[in-house]
Structure formats: C-alpha cells, structure tokens
Design a protein around this ligand. Structure first.
Ligand code: TEU
Ligand code: CA
Length: 560
C-alpha cells in the first residue's frame, strides 16, 4: 500500500457556530477558533475540519450556501480565515473545509437567476421539471420532510430538493455547473487548504427519469434516498470531480457516504479511489428507524461490536475509513452507545480508546474529548435544528405524546452535538459572554475543559495520552498500518481486538469491558507491557490473564 501524508493523522471536527465566541454575539467565530489552536495542538490534533463557514441564510446551519467564495459575516472575514490558515500551518496543522455541493441555498445567485427565468440557462444548474397531472413530478419525501418538489413561482415547473426547500439540488449532469464547482474547489485549495469533508456526495447522481416509487409512509411518499440507492453512475461524476481538483493537489478528502456495498469499497477508498477516506457510519446506522426517530431501535452491545468489527474486516485490505463516535448530525456517543451505568468518565474513555485505536483515521468531534453528553429540553421550541422539528412532528403524527416525542429528540436530535463547547464552569460554559444561539447543556458546571485540564485522571488528559500513544514512534506503525483481528468475540461484554504490526510483528491488544461486572480473560499471548489503562492500572508484565473491572480498558503490548 502506498503511504499517504494523511494516514497517520488525527482529525478534529469543529462546529464553528458552537466552538468559541470572541465578540460576544452568542455565535462562535473564526477568532475563537484561532484562540483555541494551541488547545487542539496540545490534544494531538493534526487535521481540523470546519463545518461550513461560507455565507449562508443558515436554514440548515450553513449547509445551505449562498456564496461559496465568501465567509459568513457571523463567523468573521476572509482576512481572519487567512490568518487561521496561517496560524494552523505555523503549528503543522492542516485545515479542511466542508464541501457542500449536492445543493446550494435558494439565495445563491444561480438559483435566483433560475427563478427569474425558469426556461433559461440557470434553470439547468438545477432540476426544473414539469409536474404530472397537476401533481409534482414524483412522489419523493425529502430528508427534512415534505415533498422533494417545490413549485417554481409563476411557472408550471417544480424544482428538486432532497433536503430543505431552501436547499435546491444542483444539476451535476450540466458541464457548466461542474466547471463552476471545480473552479471554486481549486480556488480554496490554492489558498492552502489541505482538502475537504464532502457533504452528501452520493446524492449528486439522480435518476433523471425520477420514477415514482412505492410509498413507505402514510403521506403517500417514498424516502428520496431510495432513488439514490437505486441509481447507477455516481462513479463517473466522482472521478471527474477528483481528477479536476483534489488529485492535482494531493488533497485529503473524506466523503460523507452512507450505504455502499463491499464491492464498491475499492472504487471509493482503494488506492486510486474517489476519496482518501469515507466515514464509517455502520454503528450509527443501527438506530435508523423505519419511519423516523420515534421508531428508532435501541443499539445492543452485540450489534454495535459486530457492526464495527465487520466494517474493520471489510475495509482493512482495501483502504482507510474515518472512525467517528459522533458528529454534528449524530447524538453524543456517551449517551448513545454506552449503557446507563457507563455514561460517565470511565465510559467516555473506554469509547475513545476503541475509536482512536481502531484501524482508520480517527475524527474527534468537539467536546467528545471531555465526554460531553446529550442534552434534555422541555419543549420543542428549545430546539433549533430543522430535522429535529420535522422528526418531532413525525412522532406526534404517529401518535406519540409530547413527552414521548421529546424523549426521541433527546435520543436522536442533531442539536445534542450542537450545544456550545463547554470550556469552563463560567456562565454559558465559557463559550460566550452573551446568551448562546443554542442553550448550553446545563451539565457544563461538571463537564468542562478547564476543570479537566489540570486533572490527570480526566477524560481530556486521557485523550491526550491516547493520542500520544497512537502517535508514539514505537507503536505508530502498528496503530496506523497494522491489521485488526477481533478477539473475545464470544464474550457478552468485552470489545477486544488485536493490532498486528506488519513488518515489526508487534502485537497490541485493546480490550474494553462494557459490562457491569468484572471479567477475567486469558490474554492472547504473554504480556510484555501495559501501554494504557483508564483504571489507573500500573503494570501487567508477564501475565497471561487479565481481569478487567467494569468499564476498564487496557492496551497491552504482547510478546512477539
Ligand atoms: O448530512 C447528510 C445526510 O444525509 C443526513 O445524515 C442528515 O444528517 C440527516 O438526514 C438528518 O437527520 C449532511 C450534513 O452533515 C447535514 O448536517 C446537512 O443537514 C445535510 O448534509 C444537508 O447538507
Ligand atoms: Ca461571535
């Protein structure tokens, strides 16, 4: 396998609106990010992914871009962006941005021109279609609810949107559109950006016939992602994109890709794949409800372990996936993947160990490194997220009480991860001097950076040790390139795997006990050295057994 500059990197996702506010308007900003670069460097972060910071009406929190060349004034200026880039570089850190090109904002100049002339050239930047017998062109339900087709005012046409109606989908079949997108991407890369996280990128390929599908809900509509799943031909578009942009600059790209088959993995992340890597969502998809959040199934330990293990096995001979516990769309992992008794610092460390030491590129989401959790709200009006509002209504329409509908928002809402970063026990968690745009999680008084910074047994200190271990010259080769071999697969509560060095023949065991009770396990070899423990364990040399207490995690070098 050809080595790439990003193979051994650790990435960190910043949700700018909620990271750090320096001008007291309750909204995080670029200055805030600059002020925390040393914090990130000390944590061990190499690559910083910024969720969208482009000019936007923020209908979907910046994932609706109205100008790709302008920084949102809420966040700062292009000068400040350039400063951020330079400051990151100074610290040997790489910056990647969010590339949202399946759709833009309805306020984008292209769409405004299309509306003004629905038969003109800009209409062809989008999907403008005539309806069928007074109905929309097809019966697709958008991700955020309602029909994917919205009437174009003053015309007999509709335009297509898979997300909000303020996010019209871009027509990738149009070479002019592609050219504009490529020019924009290269413009950012030329500034010194290291690459992109690429939003909803599989969605760019449409079935141009937009055939009706079997309805899968009482609204008579069918989920639009089924069309995406059924259509062929996305590979050609992705190759075209890569060859006109990223490939020329050796840029790092991480695709937001759901649900591709094993047979497609080489095309996506193989040696000359479409992307450097794609996120592994296999554990997250376990809680996809058939009709929405209200019927989301709980995640069992077995299913979770199996999903991750299977995915590691599928990928390791092909390329690298990016491992995440949570992101700005997913609830906090501590509240989601851990049983009640484990939703604490030990549990957070355990989850982090597994995620950071699996094979792949670890992505840490802001606040994960201090064990931030989901957040209770008392009323739907306390949520901001467009998807949460929709899913709340879906739950109510399905017969849930208000309490039940709120409970499913607590479990699934995207706002769980979007509450402000908890920097200190000061007002608003030290995030801002002003009331934040989205209320801070009240547990900031207990869970915050400043409290954890000086404490050796904190989640934050542990994350630093964990990343230091992953990057240590003695073991890095094994953690980055070594294979994964599952162990303790038949146990009820232990997630265990070996990292097997290739040339160096190192054998490193990672074992985590998710159970309430201690378990005694035979080691798959003789211990040489204990590399890391979340339980204050000191040594283990020469042992051939280990007893893991409840929530204990151990990383053990075995004799070769
Ligand atoms: O998400 C794409 C996506 O397909 C979903 O996972 C989405 O998060 C889910 O349906 C919401 O419940 C990406 C971004 O990560 C997300 O924040 C944006 O809202 C979306 O694209 C549109 O740009
Ligand atoms: Ca601000």
């Amino acid at each position: 396998m050809q080595k790439k500059w990003w193979h051994d990197k650790v990435a960190y996702q910043i949700y700018p609106k909620s990271f750090c506010d320096t001008n007291g308007d309750g909204i995080g900003d670029l200055r805030g990010i600059i002020s925390k670069l040393d914090y990130l460097k000390e944590l061990g972060v190499d690559i910083i992914w910024l969720s969208p910071i482009y000019k936007s009406p923020f209908v979907d929190q910046g994932y609706d871009i109205s100008d790709y060349y302008v920084i949102a004034e809420e966040f700062g200026t292009m000068e400040e962006f350039d400063e951020l880039l330079a400051e990151a570089k100074k610290r040997d850190m790489y910056l990647i941005m969010d590339l949202v090109v399946n759709h833009c904002s309805d306020k984008h100049e292209w769409f405004q021109k299309a509306l003004a002339d629905p038969d003109g050239p800009y209409a062809d930047y989008f999907y403008f279609r005539k309806g069928k017998n007074g109905n929309p062109p097809s019966n697709y339900r958008s991700y955020f609810g309602g029909n994917c087709w919205e009437p174009v005012p003053g015309s007999d046409k509709y335009y297509f949107h898979m997300f909000a109606k303020e996010q019209p989908d871009l027509n990738w079949e149009n070479p002019k559109l592609r050219e504009e997108i490529y020019r924009m991407i290269n413009w950012w890369l030329d500034k010194g950006l290291a690459g992109f996280r690429i939003d909803a990128i599989i969605n760019i390929k449409k079935d141009l016939a937009f055939p009706d599908m079997e309805p899968d809900g009482d609204d008579g509509l069918a989920s639009c992602w089924r069309m995406v799943e059924n259509v062929e031909g996305v590979d050609e578009l992705l190759e075209d994109l890569k060859n006109h942009t990223f490939a020329k600059k050796d840029a790092f790209t991480v695709g937001e890709v759901f649900n591709i088959g094993v047979e497609d993995l080489p095309d996506f992340i193989g040696e000359n794949g479409h992307f450097s890597t794609i996120f592994d969502f296999s554990a997250h998809m376990l809680s996809d409800g058939e009709h929405g959040w209200y019927d989301a199934p709980p995640i069992s330990f077995d299913a979770w372990k199996k999903a991750i293990t299977d995915s590691q096995m599928r990928v390791q001979n092909v390329g690298f996936e990016a491992n995440i516990i949570e992101n700005h769309d997913e609830p906090r992992g501590v509240s989601r993947f851990l049983p009640d008794y484990a939703q604490n610092a030990d549990g957070a460390k355990m989850l982090g160990t597994v995620s950071v030491l699996l094979r792949g590129i670890p992505f840490i989401y802001q606040g994960q490194e201090i064990g931030m959790t989901n957040c209770h709200r008392n009323d739907i009006s306390e949520y901001d997220d467009i998807s949460t509002k929709d899913q709340y209504q879906v739950a109510i329409d399905a017969g849930c009480t208000k309490e039940e509908a709120l409970a499913c928002c607590y479990e699934n809402s995207r706002d769980n991860a979007r509450t402000p970063m908890q920097w200190s026990a000061d007002e608003n968690g030290g995030f801002s001097t002003h009331a934040p745009w989205l209320a801070v999680n009240p547990n900031y008084k207990e869970i915050n950076v400043s409290e954890q910074e000086g404490r050796a047994d904190s989640v934050l200190s542990y994350y630093k040790e964990l990343i230091t271990l992953r990057k240590s010259p003695e073991y890095e080769e094994t953690f980055v390139y070594g294979n994964v071999e599952p162990v303790y697969e038949d146990t009820d509560t232990v997630f265990g795997f070996m990292r097997m060095g290739k040339e160096n023949r190192q054998k490193i065991l990672v074992a985590a006990n998710y159970g309430k009770e201690a378990v005694s396990l035979p080691l798959p070899g003789t211990a040489k050295k204990l590399l890391l423990s979340n339980a204050g364990r000191r040594k283990l040399a020469d042992a051939d057994h280990i007893t893991l207490e409840s929530l204990e995690t151990a990383v053990v070098l075995l004799k070769a």
